[in-house]
Ligand binder design. Structure first.
Ligand SMILES: [Fe+2]
Length: 485
């Protein structure tokens, strides 16, 4: 006899909910979905804002601001960071964009909660269940247009392709945004239609020269990773599927000239956690990690293994020679999605193609630092450091050598900065907040880290993940991909 643990949560999710939804599918729909009362209507934590920012700064600073023309935007989850208890909670918040339009010295701050199908539905019907055991059922309902996808979050990164801005989440399709430079507004257009691929990586790579975009999708049920090359209309040109050893929860990948690399980290399904309300995945620190190195032209691949267990969120750099592949990345020796602790050790991973050995090394500078969100700056990499006081520093390094530290002392970094080059000068743009969450827009002159321009935004800001800068000279937003109806 098979024992099925019909706990209340299990019964509600797998028996009552599907029956109820089937019965309700004949009702009139809200935004195309079946109206079911999940709770009180959701109101975004953060309100829409669009306002000019006034500032008084020395002429030298005003001259720098005048030189930078474009939109700096940071996307993140609309959650209260002081109340979040798990990474899963942070990763599954509804997306919002905070940004500044910079034009000839004027600064306009905007905040827009991305109006995904899920967000619009929740404003009417209450919050969709977020507990992880409900996700497969909700996704099944999404495929039948009964409910919006619980992964319709658009909270991780943005991509600007062919004059269109997209908000991305790795378990969803891109959400097209309208970035309107004339009126200095950001608004949501809708989900893009994709065929042949279910999800679009938040770290997809757009190639301006070939007008193509490379992305990956993963399927945890079949342990498969799909690598695809698409055109600007989001149609697949080429693709391949690779089987992995573990659950392929892959956040980022490296796409080099001829090679794609991704990591198969020892993430294992742990169904027992379903009944404890936890993410049913564990990271096994005693199992090896595998690096998949794929030829982009013929899709042949090799697997290189290290006995060290690790997870990588983001790759900082990769150098390939005929005999080696050197990767710089923050390496996590543990990953608990049901907690908040993360410790990223910036490391160099060397894959020897001849001996097939993988070695990992770091330097004393980075052993106890907590670095991630790398951005390339010439031969250097800039990373955000979380120390005892919080995320108050950017660390600049060349290889594993520490070059410098940009310290904001009593202010905290909201999320990924962006590097802009104007009139031969490199500047780092980012949002900061103080202990009261008052927001500041900051420009750091990378020729002299002490030269920091700080503009108080006179509003509270929140945390974000990845950012983008869209210069003014590429400013006509043209909606030309297919939108889901
Ligand atoms: Fe990321």
């Amino acid at each position: 006899m098979v024992y099925i643990p019909l706990t209340r949560r299990f019964t509600k999710m797998f028996v009552i909910l599907p029956l109820l939804l089937c019965a309700l599918s004949i009702l009139p729909r809200i935004n195309g979905f079946v109206p079911i009362r999940f709770g009180r209507p959701v109101r975004p934590l953060r309100k829409e804002i669009n306002k000019p920012v006034e500032y008084r700064l020395p002429q030298e600073a005003v001259d720098v601001i005048r030189k930078i023309n474009g939109f700096y935007g940071l996307v993140g989850p609309d959650v209260n960071i002081t109340e979040a208890k798990t990474l899963y909670e942070l990763f599954t918040g509804n997306g919002y964009i905070q940004g500044v339009f910079l034009e000839k010295g004027s600064v306009q701050y905007v905040r827009h909660v991305i109006r995904t199908d899920k967000m619009v539905y929740e404003e009417n019907c209450g919050k969709l269940p977020t507990n992880v055991e409900a996700i497969p059922m909700l996704e099944w309902m999404d495929k039948r247009d009964v409910l919006p996808s619980p992964m319709n979050l658009a909270n991780t990164a943005m991509m600007y392709m062919n004059r269109s801005l997209y908000a991305l989440f790795e378990r969803d399709v891109p959400i097209l945004m309208d970035l309107d430079f004339a009126n200095k507004t950001v608004r949501t257009v809708g989900r893009t239609k994709m065929e042949g691929i279910a999800h679009f990586s938040a770290h997809s790579v757009y190639r301006h020269e070939s007008k193509t975009v490379e992305t990956i999708d993963y399927d945890v049920c079949s342990s498969e990773v799909k690598y695809a090359v698409l055109n600007e209309s989001m149609e697949i040109i080429n693709h391949t599927t690779i089987k992995t050893n573990y659950l392929p929860i892959i956040h980022d990948f490296v796409s080099h000239e001829d090679t794609v690399v991704f990591t198969d980290s020892p993430l294992i399904a742990w169904p027992k956690y379903l009944f404890q309300g936890k993410v049913p995945v564990i990271f096994n620190p005693f199992l090896p990690t595998r690096f998949y190195v794929m030829n982009k032209h013929d899709f042949s691949y090799r697997i290189f293994e290290t006995d060290k267990s690790m997870y990588i969120f983001h790759y900082a750099d990769m150098i390939e020679t005929p005999s080696t592949i050197i990767i710089y990345a923050s390496v996590y020796r543990n990953l608990n999605l049901s907690g908040l602790d993360l410790q990223g050790c910036y490391s160099r991973i060397t894959i020897d193609k001849l001996s097939e050995k993988v070695s990992i090394e770091t330097s004393n500078h980075f052993k106890y630092a907590n670095l991630d969100f790398p951005i390339k700056w010439g031969d250097k990499v800039i990373l955000r450091n979380v120390n005892r006081r919080g995320a108050t520093q950017f660390v600049v390094c060349r290889g594993l050598e520490l070059v410098s530290i940009i310290d904001f002392k009593d202010r905290f970094i909201c999320g990924e900065p962006v590097l802009v080059n104007v009139e031969g000068g490199d500047y780092l743009l980012c949002f900061l907040y103080d202990s009261e969450f008052n927001g500041y827009f900051t420009i750091v002159d990378l020729a002299n880290f002490e030269k920091q321009i700080t503009i108080p935004l006179d509003t509270k800001v929140g945390i974000g993940f990845h950012s983008i800068f869209v210069p003014y000279d590429r400013n006509d937003t043209i909606v030309q991909c297919k939108i889901m109806t």
